[in-house]
Design a protein around this ligand. Sequence first.
Ligand code: FMN
Ligand code: SF4
Length: 472
Amino acid sequence: MGAPASPTLLFTDIDEPGLTTRAVYERRGGYESLRRALAMDPADVLAELEASGLRGRGGAGFSMGKKVSFLPKGSMDKYLVCNADESEPGTFKDRELMQKTPHMLIEGIVIASFAAGANRSFIYIRGEYVLQADALDAALAEARAAGYVGEDILGSGHSLSLVVHRGAGAYICGEETGLLDSLEGKRGNPRLKPPFPANQGLYQGPTLINNVETLSTVPAIIRLGGEEYAKLGVETSTGTKLVSVSGHVQRPGNYEIELGIPSREIIYGLAGGPPEGRSIKCWFPGGSSSPVLTEEDLDVPYDFDSLGKAGSMLGSGAIIVVDDRTPIMNVAMKTAKFYRHESCGKCTPCREGTNWTVKMLERIDGGEATPMDLEIMASVQEHIIGNCLCVLGDAMAMPIGSMIAKFRDEFEAHIERARLERGLGGAAASGVALAAQGALEEHPDGRLAPIGAGDQAPGAHRGEPGTHKGGA
Ligand SMILES: Cc1cc2nc3c(=O)[nH]c(=O)nc-3n(C[C@H](O)[C@H](O)[C@H](O)COP(=O)(O)O)c2cc1C
Ligand code: SF4
C-alpha cells in the first residue's frame, strides 16, 4: 500500500535548515498570524478557535476553544501553561515540533494568551528534553528581542511573560494538576478536581493548560480561519494530527495525517507495516494507556470518536504496533510495570492495583497461577477504572483489561505451560480441582470463573473505556 497524500500544517518544510531561527520562520510567514490576531478583538480570536473545532492533542481531546472560554473575564493575573512533558510511552511528536520549529509554539502561545486574556505563561518541558529546551530558550530570546513576547506586544497593549521551565521527569507531571504542583515547586501530585485549572490553577489563579501540538496549531487556524480549518478531518475530529508510530513497523516515526483516515493507511501506508513475514497481533492506538486493538480493527478511521466506538481511544496519537511473535504476557508485564513505577501512590486503587497486577503477572509467568488468577486480575482492573483520583490507574487498567479480554487463550496457555514447566500439573487440571471445591463456576461458554464474577468485559459497567480520560 502506498503512502497517502495528507495535507500538512505543522510539518510543512519541517526539515528546512535554519527553521529554528526567527529569520527563516518569518521568511515562511511566521508571526503573520500573531500580527493578524493582535489586530482583532480577543473575542473574535476566541470565536475562530471555537469554529475550528480543534480538540486537545495531549490525551483528553477536549475542545480547545471551549477551554479558553471557561477562563473568567476581568482583569486579574491569568496563566497559560503549555504541557511539554510528553510522558505517555510511544509519544514523541511534541519533541520534534519543539526541536525543529520552536517559534511556531511560541507564536501559538502568544495568540492563545491574547484570546484568553492571560498575561503570564510557562512551557513545562520534561528534563530529558535538553535539546528541545535549548531550542526553545534560543527562540524565546529572539522572540523577546523582536517584541513578540514581553510588554505591549507589537503595540497592541497585550503583555505576556513566558518562561521555559524544565521538569525533573515523572509521568505524573504530564497530568495537568500534577504538572501545576510541580511548576509551583512542590512534588508533582495530582489535585482533586473540581476546581478545574480554568478557575483555580497555577498559584490558585485561572489557568489555561494545553499541549504543545494543540498550541502549535493555533497560528494555522488564524491563517486559514476557523471554518476553513474545520473542513479538514471529520466532523467531530477536525484538522490534522501528528501521529507517532513505533514498535514493529518498518518505518517508525512521526507522521502528520488528516484525522479520519483509516488506521491501516497510517500503519501500513506510512509506517510500512510489520517486518517481512510477520503480522500484527495488536496495536495501541493512543499511547500505552489506550486499550489494545487487533488486526480486525485496522480499518477503523483514525479519529477521536471512531476509536472510542471501537473500544479504545486516540489519546496522545501514539500508535505502538506489536507483532505476532511477541508474547502478550511480555506486553502486559511491561505496561503494568511502567504504571506501577509511575503511580504517585496517593490513592489506593491505583497504588495497590498496579502492584497487584504486576504480582499476578509474575505468578502467571512463574508457573504459580491458576485460571482463577486471570479472573482476579481482570476484576482488579475493573475495580481500578473510574475509582482513582486521576486517570493514571485507568491508564494501566484499560490496556491490561483489553489484553485479558482479547488474548485470554494465550494467557491460559501461558499459565498451563508455566505450571507444567514447574512440575505443578496443568492449569486446566487445577481449574477443575478448584471448581470441584466450589471456588469456580462454569459459564455457558464453558469458561471457569470465580463464583459471581459474571461475564462482563473489564470496565463494561462504567461505559466505554477511555471516555473519561484526562481532565479538561
Ligand atoms: C497520567 C497522565 C499523564 C499525562 N501526560 C500528558 C503529557 O505528557 N502531555 C500532555 O500534553 N498531556 C498529558 N496528559 C493530559 C493532561 O492532563 C491534559 O489533559 C492536557 O495537557 C490538556 O491539554 P490539551 O487539551 O491541549 O490536550 C496526561 C494525563 C494523565 C492523566
Ligand atoms: S491514580 Fe495513581 S497517580 Fe493518580 S493520584 Fe491516584 S495514585 Fe496518584
